[in-house]
Write a protein that binds this ligand. Sequence first.
Ligand code: PHE
Length: 357
Amino acid sequence: MDDIANLKQTLSDSIAAAEDQAALEAVRVSALGKKGQVTQLMKGLGGMSPEERKTAGPALNALKDEIATLLDSRKQALESVEMDLRLATERVDVSLTPRPESEGFIHPVSQVIDEITAVFGDMGFSVAEGPDIEQDFYNFTALNIPPEHPARQMHDTFYLNDTGEGERMLLRTHTSPVQIRTMENNKPPYRIIAPGRTYRCDSDMTHTPMFHQVEGLVIDRDINMSHLKGCLQEFTRSFFDVADLNVRFRPSYFPFTEPSAELDIGCTRNGNSLTIGGDDWLEVLGCGMVHPKVLEYVGVDPNEWQGFAFGMGIDRIAMLKYGIPDLRAFFESDLRWLRHYGFSALDVPGLAGGLAR
Ligand code: PHE
């Protein structure tokens, strides 16, 4: 019985002396663990006579409970001390100025694609896509540009390496192959735009080897050239936000449209500066009525269906709208440039008409 009283004293001293959770846990293991002192004594009960057990049993059980209670309350005390310490040291000074967070910006090309999509979306167009790496058939032949056609030279095409598996693939030189893919995979009528990357072997102030175009295609039973003009007038006025913007057609030539035209919009030139709106003229895109041969290529009956197509350079109209001087800087990934010409991600593109910074 003295043993028990002594052990109780030693253990409660150790518990009181434990300075942190780890020290306390060590005491717990030394007392109640598998090989702990209390546990050992309890194991000894088996070897006692019934008489001895009668007194030792309850005494040991009581010891075990008391030690457990002491451990528990010491644990709570230590926890609250630790919490007080954390509260004292981890204080937040709310009067400090915040560290600047780096905000991302929307690239002008992405912004302008959103704006174009919003305007044509209002006119009932949906967005179609096609691959950047194209087959000769979609980029040229199906667009009525057969092999040896001089228009192929004008496109400065990038060809991929010859794999020996048939014809060489190429990087699409315009978004017009998406017209073909759309008509091949769907039944008329069509009313789509197709924004995306295009590639030509060309580089100077106003040309980069990769650039962006948006294609438009409208085919129905009685679509004519005045629909084309009205659609593009509506688009340019809305996109450039000039209500009375002049538009005019100039005759042109593309193998896949007949008749073909270029669209000019009104502008004002003053020395080196150019603004949209005014009595001077600026060329913005190529367009025309889809050539019957193109419709035949994709199995759409030209006697039943007709319509228009247009193709416009996105980077160029972004430069015009937002006064960005050099096209090459678009693709140099210079963050200073993006911070200057980019758009805040918090503006809803197309709806709020993102604010230029
Ligand atoms: N694909 C032509 C180009 O890149 C533009 C165009 C598209 C012209 C559709 C007419 C119709 O120059």
